[in-house]
Design a protein around this ligand. Structure first.
Ligand code: NI
Length: 177
């Protein structure tokens, strides 16, 4: 088990565009995914992108079981998504709260497409093709933004809805995503 250090906002590696994975089913890729999974679990995250542990590859993992920490959230299946492509299926955007393991202790309201189709590959190269909405769509857009060097604060429109989790949601024990 290897829990990696998660880079924090200000580290320029988080601003770089990640490179596509060219070979699937390799020991390097399996090792990266194991490290990402261990790190996400250790920090109780909802998702993690490879650049957050300093690896500039287009790999994200995510998944949320509906629980008390996300009372309004739909559950999102545990997913490994490599070389993802996101296609909005409608123009409609929705504002919603987000946090990030690279921006610890803070939350903000960020607009995201409500309905998206996303495609990509699993660790063996198998095709993933899903059409999703709401919280699932938000998580995918957040994680895939990391692959293009975009952190959620760069998408905030209303900075009055950006602050420390403990002040915004006192007593709720919300953690970073
Ligand atoms: Ni993040």
């Amino acid at each position: 088990m290897t829990v990696k250090l998660v880079l924090r906002m200000g580290d320029e590696r988080l601003l770089q565009r990640a490179e596509p994975v060219k070979k699937f089913n390799t020991s390097e890729l399996r090792e990266l995914l194991a490290d990402m999974n261990d790190t996400m679990l250790a920090l109780s995250g909802a998702g993690l992108a490879a650049p957050q542990i300093g690896v500039g590859l287009r790999v994200v993992i995510f998944g949320v079981q509906s629980n008390s920490r996300y009372p309004d959230a739909d559950s999102v299946p545990q997913t490994i998504l490599i070389n993802p492509v996101i296609i909005p299926v409608a123009e409609l955007m929705e504002e919603g709260w987000e946090g990030c393991l690279s921006v610890p202790g803070l939350r903000a309201v960020v607009p995201r497409y409500l309905n998206i189709r996303y495609q990509g590959h699993d660790e063996n190269g198998g095709l993933i093709d899903r059409t999703v909405s709401g919280f699932h769509a938000r998580v995918v857009q957040h994680e895939c933004d990391h692959l293009d060097g975009i952190l959620y604060p760069m998408r905030i429109r209303d900075f009055s809805k950006f602050g420390f989790t403990e002040e915004l949601f006192p007593g709720q024990d919300l953690q970073d995503e």
